[in-house]
Design a binder for this molecule. Structure first.
Ligand SMILES: Cc1cc2nc3c(=O)[nH]c(=O)nc-3n(C[C@H](O)[C@H](O)[C@H](O)COP(=O)(O)O)c2cc1C
Length: 375
């Protein structure tokens, strides 16, 4: 099967349009999704990490969201190979990443991360730090060895995110993304399964959003008004794909509205399959609902370009994985603004260039081995 010229040029036309997030012009609609790679010994992104990101920017990715990078709090992470967003050497490494991506024509934001109760056993430099979370409860509902956050913990974590955001602006990034998805700290507050607090930070969806809202406001305060703040969130959790923060659009609105009002400029709605409708009686996916409810630009994500046979997938005939045509239909009707691509971009650094120029036959099929190298 061949991809027809009109189909290929439609992909190029729709994906190559610039878009603006709080004054930042992203040159096209293709976003690199944040992906933890664990290639930064001592938390320092080095030369190989720089060229990994710059290669994708040079091939046409409009906006890179970096792998999750730990904020400066002792309980934020657990691996010494995952980059940190604090410390002189670490930030100097990141500054060079941003410089190289800009030189290649792309834009880039770091994904700021605190793993909360997902922390099990830590590497240096904070091997002995406790796991902390809203109620000391892990994603699987067990208590483990962690503890509920005190007032001092809440302030310290908010401060760590604000400092990291200020550092991102200072060292030349184009904005920040706050990792509020997949069952990590911010999501642990949003989700009733892990937030059993009886103070002002727990209870109904609005109360569960309070910590993150305060954190967003502190980040907003720490950076210039024109510095974009993106918030990533999800219904699903790493250990629970069926978990939901919101059962209805009204519940979702209750969570997203205070975040938007606190200063979120764009939302990144993480789903595993972008074509799945989020609620009954509408075809809109989670990013679609997010845009409709908040009026903010939205990024969609989830299995874009993952069919091994991309030619069939393009025509919507893949093995359950939807082709690019479904995605383009949604983009064309402004359901969302940007499209994040994870594994397909891990596999193929040239993915964006090939899609933007209609060279679908040259795309490389995804193989999980790609996640073991920094090619
Ligand atoms: C190796 C790998 C690492 C990931 N690390 C992160 C991460 O650090 N932060 C995050 O928000 N999502 C992370 N994700 C999820 C991706 O950003 C993305 O949402 C997911 O892979 C679905 O997109 P895809 O189907 O295009 O791969 C990771 C995914 C993979 C495959």
């Amino acid at each position: 099967m061949t991809v027809t010229e009109p189909a290929a040029s439609r992909a190029a036309d729709l994906l190559s349009r610039p878009v603006t997030i709080n004054g930042l012009t992203v040159p096209n609609r293709i976003v690199m999704a944040p992906m933890t790679r664990s290639f930064s010994p001592g938390g320092v992104p080095g030369e190989d990490v720089r060229s990994y990101y710059a290669r994708r920017a040079a091939a046409g990715v409009g906006l890179i969201v970096t792998e999750g990078t730990y904020v400066g709090h002792e309980s934020a992470g657990q691996s010494d190979a995952i980059p940190r967003f604090h410390g002189e050497e670490q930030l100097a490494g990141w500054a060079r990443v941003a410089e190289d991506v800009h030189a290649a024509g792309g834009t880039i934001v770091p994904q700021l991360w605190h793993i909360g109760m997902a922390r099990k056993q830590g590497d240096p430099p904070f091997a002995d730090a406790p796991a902390i979370g809203p109620s000391g409860i892990r994603l699987d509902g067990t208590e483990g060895t962690g503890r509920a956050m005190t007032r001092a913990d809440l302030d310290a974590v908010i401060g760590a995110f604000a400092e990291a955001a200020a550092a991102a602006e200072r060292i030349g990034f184009d904005g920040v993304e706050l990792h509020g998805a997949h069952g990590y700290l911010l999501d642990q507050f949003l989700w009733a399964g892990t937030n059993r607090r009886t103070d002002a930070y727990g209870g109904d969806p609005v109360a569960r959003t309070r910590f993150t809202t305060e954190l967003v406001a502190a980040v907003r305060e720490a950076v210039s008004p024109g510095f974009p703040v993106i918030f990533r969130y999800s219904q699903w959790k790493l250990e629970n794909y069926d978990a939901r923060l919101a059962e209805t659009p009204q519940e979702l609105e209750a969570i997203l509205t205070p975040l938007a009002e606190a200063g979120v400029d764009a939302f990144h709605a993480s789903t595993r399959r972008y074509w799945v409708p989020e609620f009954d009686d509408s075809d809109l996916n989670l990013a679609g609902w997010t845009r409709k409810l908040t009026g903010r630009p939205a990024i969609t994500v989830g299995s874009v370009g993952l069919d091994g046979d991309f030619m069939r997938a393009f025509a919507g005939q893949g093995s359950g994985v939807q082709g690019l045509d479904n995605l383009l239909d949604r983009l064309e009707r402004d359901e969302f603004d940007l499209v994040a691509v994870g594994r397909a971009l891990l596999q193929d650094p040239q993915w964006a260039a090939k899609v933007l120029s209609g060279r679908f036959a040259d795309l490389l099929p995804y193989d999980a081995a790609a996640s073991r190298t920094l090619s």
